[in-house]
Design a binder for this molecule. Structure first.
Ligand SMILES: Nc1nc2c(c(=O)[nH]1)N[C@H]1C(S)=C(S)[C@@H](COP(=O)(O)OP(=O)(O)OC[C@H]3O[C@@H](n4cnc5c(N)ncnc54)[C@H](O)[C@@H]3O)O[C@H]1N2
Ligand code: MOO
Ligand SMILES: [Mg+2]
Length: 420
């Protein structure tokens, strides 16, 4: 069995990361909608457009603590020649004055207060002084400078007009979006459901996190890493039983998971080894295998296929390969299922701080540290650059994308990076 398997295996056709990304994105099906209280919608993507039911502000709003005045009353006012006017009302924020301001009058008003009819400007306290009680027994104030019409007054609808689209479908809900929803009295919103993502780890060498180490065995760090990644991407991880090196068990478990969950992720067993059982599953299932070799390192045997429209991401067992495969393919897919725009992982441009002279046909995703030096982004490779290494995942805050080349790249080359 294994000899024949390996022969087919060696003939796998390698495709580029770009092509693989397009295949994954073009097969994303958005989840069904659900209605949630807004505070449970943080991190989700809106499934509806939200339209402003009223303008903002919906009244003429004072931007200062001071006096609501008729601007023409103040035109001659200076520090040396202040103009004295009557204070006919006092308007804290939240109150609406019943008075109409006439020439020679003003109303004390606080920031956020509704500017009374008749007044067309607010003069701030610092440009006035108390004038005492006048002969009619009315409080007065002295205006020590001129204000122009509209000064310190936010007109109705200056921020948002009624009927304007305030939030578009597909936008990710964060603090700013929550502020808008609350401002417009939207207590519940429609968002897309979170996909339930099953995780199946493979390998007879794997021990559970609480198990004592045994000779030749390792703990199942990938399972936890992928679960954490899925949570970070927005999905709901479900860790299923680990599978020892048994193809039949793997087939049963993978097919049952595909039946039950929205996405299935496996780790390990996708290369050419005798016990690489996930490869076996993808050779005999009735699903549609889309790719199983990529021009990328780490993660060259990263495998992807669809069964009944549901995606199977079969990631490499090597921890860094597993991490990179998840970031490049699983993340945009999970986000896309939740209604995000279907786009590859965003890349920025940075200066490579060290020579990277490995020759390669494949694009390398090197764990690195991204920093800003004199306003320029710099990317420095970090730690051991092997697929089997886990520790560098702690130290990296970016993946440096090094395209395939015969001689590698010199320090100072502009490279693309994916911020982690
Ligand atoms: N003859 C060849 N051997 C290998 C090739 C090749 O082309 N020819 N490719 C290498 C590359 S590249 C990679 S990447 C790995 C892919 O390996 P698999 O996806 O088949 O994964 P496994 O064989 O199951 O394990 C590899 C490695 O990772 C460790 N591992 C697995 N699962 C976990 C886990 N849940 N937590 C932590 N570590 C895990 C496992 O113990 C192995 O050390 O194949 C190369 N070989
Ligand atoms: O995919 Mo392996 O990780 O290319 O090193
Ligand atoms: Mg293997």
């Amino acid at each position: 069995m294994s000899g024949r398997k390996n022969q087919q295996n060696f003939m796998r056709k390698a495709i580029s990361v770009e092509e693989a990304t397009q295949i994954v994105l073009s097969n994303v099906h958005v989840m069904v909608k659900e209605e949630l209280p807004i505070m449970q919608s943080v991190g989700r993507f809106l499934a509806v457009e939200v339209v402003a039911p009223q303008p903002v502000p919906h009244f003429r709003r004072s931007g200062m603590d001071g006096y609501a005045v008729i601007s023409s009353d103040t035109s001659q006012a200076t520090i040396k020649t202040p103009v004295t006017i009557k204070v006919v009302d006092n308007i804290p924020a939240g109150n609406v004055s019943q008075k109409v301001i006439k020439s020679g009058e003003c109303a004390r008003i606080m920031t956020g207060g509704a500017v009374p009819d008749g007044a067309d400007a607010v003069i701030k306290y610092e440009m006035t002084e108390e004038g005492g009680i006048d002969l009619d027994g009315v409080d007065t104030c002295r205006i020590k400078g001129a204000v122009t019409p509209e000064m310190n007054v936010s007109p109705i609808g200056i921020e948002v007009s009624e009927g304007e689209i305030i939030l578009r479908t597909g936008i990710r809900i964060g603090p700013g979006e929550i502020a808008l929803l609350a401002m417009f009295g939207v207590a519940t919103v429609q968002v897309y459901r979170q996909p339930r993502v099953a995780i199946i780890t493979t390998g007879a060498e794997l021990l559970d996190v609480q198990a004592p180490l045994e000779p030749g065995k390792i703990r199942n760090s990938n399972g936890y890493m992928i679960a954490a990644a899925i949570m970070d991407y927005g999905g709901i991880p479900i860790m299923l039983d680990r599978i020892p090196d048994d193809s039949e068990l793997a087939r049963t478990q993978v097919m049952s998971a595909l039946n039950t969950y929205d996405v299935v992720v496996t780790t390990g067993g996708v290369s050419v080894g005798d016990h690489d059982i996930i490869y076996d599953v993808t050779q005999t299932w009735d699903g549609d295998l889309k790719f199983n070799r990529l021009l990328m390192r780490p993660g060259s045997p990263t495998t992807y296929g669809l069964w009944n429209g549901k995606p199977l991401f079969a990631l490499s067992g090597n921890p860094s390969a597993c991490f990179v495969g998840a970031r490049l393919f699983l993340r945009p897919a999970i986000r896309g299922m939740m209604g995000a725009e279907l786009v590859p992982e965003q890349r920025m441009t940075a200066i490579l701080t060290e020579d990277y002279l490995k020759s390669d046909r494949s694009t390398r995703f090197v764990r690195g540290v991204l920093s800003s030096v004199d306003g320029m982004l710099q990317a420095a490779p970090v730690g051991l650059d092997m697929s089997s290494v886990t520790v560098s995942l702690r130290d990296a805050n970016c993946l440096i994308c090094i395209p395939g080349s015969p001689n590698g790249y010199k320090k100072g080359t502009l490279v693309e990076v994916i911020q982690l």
